[in-house]
Design a binder for this molecule. Structure first.
Ligand SMILES: [Zn+2]
Length: 265
């Protein structure tokens, strides 16, 4: 895009920017550090290509360093502090709003920064009421994932396990370094059990660090990963996000805010 094109884009009705949000963090001995960034960027590209032309939606440059303190014991991991990331996203979001864009979607593929992006989205909404902000997580809310993955993978396959390994085998075979994912030893055979009632993720989560759970960096079991599953996952992800973007683009979101009620006294 040139600047006149950006200006024209911003002035479109419902103009929407999507910011692919990844991380630079260990993904076991078999997947690259850029795994999350690769998924955010490439699933987004394919999703946008599947939309009818002339929809008012554009992709921003990918954010390839995120918030990954849980993986910092593993070389290659780079992480911004929460404060830096909040400030950076706020700065960029305010500029997007002042250019006149109407919506900003975070298309995030790293589970460890979901909460942070939700918090900064609320802050941005207060600071820039004209901008709708939608913090999405690539793997959340996707219908059919439960049918493709085992219950154990859904619950315990938190990192570099069957889903991510299969998707990478399908999308970029050459980025899967070797067959080490087939090695039982690198899978966390048994997830460390949390105190009764508490969980790693979900309702009552513990803020775990990877080294609490795994010496290889894999959390879950990658040994049943395969390219056919990867293709099915890719289809499910693209179908879902295509339908979510279409629904948003066909809507008037954000709503016109209610005026503050006038006190009758
Ligand atoms: Zn990942």
């Amino acid at each position: 895009m040139t600047w006149p094109e950006a200006s024209k884009a911003a002035s479109c009705k419902g103009s929407t920017l999507v910011w692919p949000f990844g991380a630079c963090e260990q993904h076991g001995p078999h997947l690259p550090l850029i795994t999350d960034t690769f998924f955010a960027e490439n699933i987004l590209i394919k999703t946008l290509e599947s939309l009818p032309e002339k929809m008012p939606i554009w992709m921003m440059p990918s954010q390839s360093i995120g918030f990954s303190p849980e993986h910092q014991d593993f070389p290659g991991t780079l992480s911004l502090s929460a404060n830096v990331l909040l400030s950076m996203v706020t700065d960029v979001g305010q500029q997007i709003a002042s250019m006149g864009f109407k919506r900003l979607i975070f298309f995030n593929a790293h589970g460890g920064q979901i909460g942070l992006l939700q918090a900064v989205s609320r802050q941005l909404r207060i600071q820039c009421p004209s901008l709708a902000v939608l913090p999405c997580f690539l793997w959340s809310g996707v219908p059919g994932l439960d049918n493709l993955l085992t219950d154990k993978e859904v619950e315990e396959g938190l990192h570099a396990a069957t889903a991510e390994t299969s998707l990478m085998l399908h999308m970029a075979n050459d980025l899967v370094q070797n067959d080490s994912y087939l090695d039982k030893k690198i899978s966390s055979e048994e997830i460390i059990s949390t105190p009764k009632g508490w969980s790693l993720e979900g309702a009552s989560p513990c803020a775990w660090l990877t080294k609490d759970l795994s010496s290889s960096g894999v959390i879950g079991d990658a040994t049943s990963s395969n390219v056919e599953l990867g293709a099915a996952l890719e289809n499910a992800l693209i179908d879902h996000w295509k339908s979510m973007f279409t629904s948003l683009l066909n809507s008037d979101w954000p709503p016109i805010m209610f005026e503050r009620p006038i006190s009758s006294s």
